[in-house]
Design a protein around this ligand. Structure first.
Ligand code: CMX
Ligand code: CO
Length: 155
C-alpha cells in the first residue's frame, strides 16, 4: 500500500534561512517552491534522492503564511522542528480509506492539493503515536488521477 517515505515536513520560521542551512550543511537543493493557501504555508521541497519516476524522497520546509494555520500553531507550541512524516502511495484515496478502517482518524474527507501537484490526506497525530502523518500520491503516479479521483482501489 505504501511504497516509500515521500517527505519529512519541517516547520521553520524563516524559509529562506532554512533553505540556506540545508544547502550549506548537506548540499540539498530546492527543486520546487510554492505557496499553498489552503494549508497556510510557503514551502520548499528539497530532493534527497535522485529518482525521476515519482518515487523520490524530499524534505519539505514549511513557513506559515498566517497565524491561524497548523504550522503557526505548531511553532507557537513547539518551536522549529519535525512537523510531520509523509508516506507515498499510488492511490491516496484508497490508502486513506484502508487506514481509516483500521481506526485512525482521517482529517481530510477527500484528498487535497499538495506539493508539486500531488494529492494528500492527513491522519490525526493522536491516533498515530504522536506523529502527524500525511499520505501522498505524487502527480503522475496515479491509480486514481486528480485529487477527487477515486477509481483506483488497489491498496
Ligand atoms: N505533530 C504531533 N502532534 C501534534 C501536531 C504535530 N504536527 N500538531 C498538533 N499536535 C498535537 C498537539 O500537541 C495537541 O496535543 P495535546 O492535546 O496533547 O496538547 C493535539 O495535537 C491538538 O493540537 P491543537 O494545537 O489543539 O490542534 P490544531 O488545531 O493545531 O490541530 C491538527 C492539529 C493535526 C489536527 C492540525 O495541525 C492539522 O489539521 N494538520 C494537517 C494539516 C497540516 O498540518 N498542514 C500543513 C502541512 C502541509 C503539507 O504538508 O503540505
Ligand atoms: Co507534507
Amino acid at each position: 500500500m505504501f511504497t516509500r517515505i515521500d517527505h519529512v515536513g519541517i516547520a521553520c520560521r524563516d524559509l529562506d534561512a532554512a533553505v540556506a542551512f540545508y544547502r550549506r550543511t548537506y548540499g540539498f537543493e530546492v527543486t520546487h517552491e510554492e505557496v499553498n493557501e489552503e494549508q497556510g504555508v510557503r514551502e520548499a521541497m528539497l530532493r534527497v534522492n535522485g529518482t525521476d519516476d515519482g518515487g523520490a524522497t524530499y524534505l519539505q520546509l514549511l513557513e506559515p503564511i498566517r497565524e491561524d494555520s497548523p504550522v503557526a500553531r505548531f511553532l507557537d507550541r513547539n518551536g522549529e522542528g519535525v512537523h510531520h512524516v509523509a508516506f507515498g502511495t499510488s492511490d491516496v484515496a484508497g490508502a486513506a480509506a484502508a487506514v481509516g478502517d483500521r481506526g485512525v482518524r482521517v482529517l481530510d474527507e477527500r484528498p487535497r492539493h499538495g506539493s508539486m501537484g500531488s494529492s494528500i490526506v492527513f491522519l490525526h497525530p493522536k491516533d498515530c503515536g504522536g506523529v502527524l502523518t500525511e499520505l501522498v500520491q505524487a502527480a503522475g503516479s496515479d491509480d486514481a488521477g486528480e485529487s477527487e479521483g477515486t477509481q483506483g482501489t488497489a491498496v
